[in-house]
Design a binder for this molecule. Structure first.
Ligand code: ATP
Length: 302
């Protein structure tokens, strides 16, 4: 597998404030990484370093084996900064054409590329519109289109769906998901649900330090099921399910939501047994999902 990003001992301070401390991580080809953390955790700072806008105080960062911002990465790495803006005086099409030309495309090829990326984000009709005449969501989609110009192999997206309505946010997620077969992504977002859908690696920043998680629910013999009940029958359900073979623990993580931990080797059909137990007792459920949710993995002690 090819290493796309290699980050070793990266630290950054602004004045006396240590914003990033000794970050170590790698991103392999085909991985989609989520960059998350509370406000002020250092996500944008790390993004700026990966994009080559900011040189870290110490440590090494390599993208495809080259320093961020180096000429060898031209056309290979694309970024959508959080505050990406189009010039309100020119049409979206003109500006995307211009970015295509900057990538070395002929005028004709740049126009064709503009059409392709506008179609990807559902803005073909808005090609002639000036940025100032577009809604916030359309401007955001146009900025995402810009990141797709050419054939980048790594795309860094800072809050790609912030401010988009649910339908457009879903379309952008589907687009990223479709492209992730060929392109590696680092996506910063505050939307845990979104990241859970898209990402197979989590870079969780807290107070400048990094905690990495593999967003895989099949990595151990100790497995989890999250059960969401229709009504709050948690106590009775817990008692009944505790008798099933293979149960390790059952925890009420929220009202009407139970996290079941079980030994998969002892009971391969545990999910089926849970459903049969619920049906036999007339308990209705809303959802039964394999694994812990990403939110549970990151923010709870269970
Ligand atoms: N150029 C700068 N000069 C001084 N301090 C800075 C600078 N850039 C960022 N900081 C500080 O570094 C810390 C991390 O900021 P950063 O923008 O990277 O966080 P973030 O995780 O992206 O936050 P948010 O989720 O709110 O966007 C903050 O305390 C911020 O005030």
């Amino acid at each position: 597998m090819n290493t796309i990003i290699q980050c070793q001992g990266v630290s950054q301070a602004f004045g006396s404030k240590k914003v990033l401390q000794q970050l170590d991580f790698t991103l392999q080809q085909g991985e989609v990484a989520a960059l998350i953390g509370p406000n002020g955790a250092g996500k944008t700072t790390l993004f700026s370093i990966l994009c080559g806008y900011l040189k870290p105080d110490s440590g090494n960062v390599l993208l495809f084996g080259h320093k961020p911002g180096s000429a060898a990465l031209f056309g290979k790495v694309a970024a959508l900064p959080q505050d990406a803006q189009f010039d309100p005086a020119f049409s979206i099409g003109e500006q995307l054409d211009f970015y295509g030309r900057l990538q070395g495309l002929s005028s004709k090829a740049a126009r064709a590329e503009t059409e392709r990326v506008l179609a990807l984000v559902g803005l073909s009709e808005q090609r002639q519109h000036k940025a100032g005449a577009l809604s916030h969501g359309m401007r955001k989609r146009a900025a995402i289109a810009q990141a797709f110009i050419g054939a980048p192999q790594l795309i860094l997206l800072d809050e790609p769906t912030a401010g988009l309505d649910p339908v457009n946010a879903l379309q952008i997620r589907q687009l990223i998901s479709r492209l992730s077969a060929e392109v590696s992504f680092v996506i910063s977002s505050h939307n845990i649900f979104e990241l859970e859908q898209l990402c197979n690696k989590v870079l969780y920043l807290e107070q400048g330090r990094l905690k990495t998680e593999t967003n895989s629910n099949a990595d151990s013999q100790q497995q989890y099921l999250t059960l969401q009940l229709e009504q709050d029958d948690s106590a009775a359900v817990t008692q009944a399910l505790s008798a099933l073979p293979g149960v390790i623990s059952i925890e009420a993580v929220q009202q009407k939501t139970l996290l079941l931990c079980y030994q998969a080797q002892q009971n391969a059909d545990f999910d089926l047994a849970v459903l049969q137990c619920l049906a036999a007792n007339g308990w209705r459920y809303r959802n039964l999902t394999k694994g812990k949710t990403l939110e549970q993995k990151l923010f709870s002690s269970v």
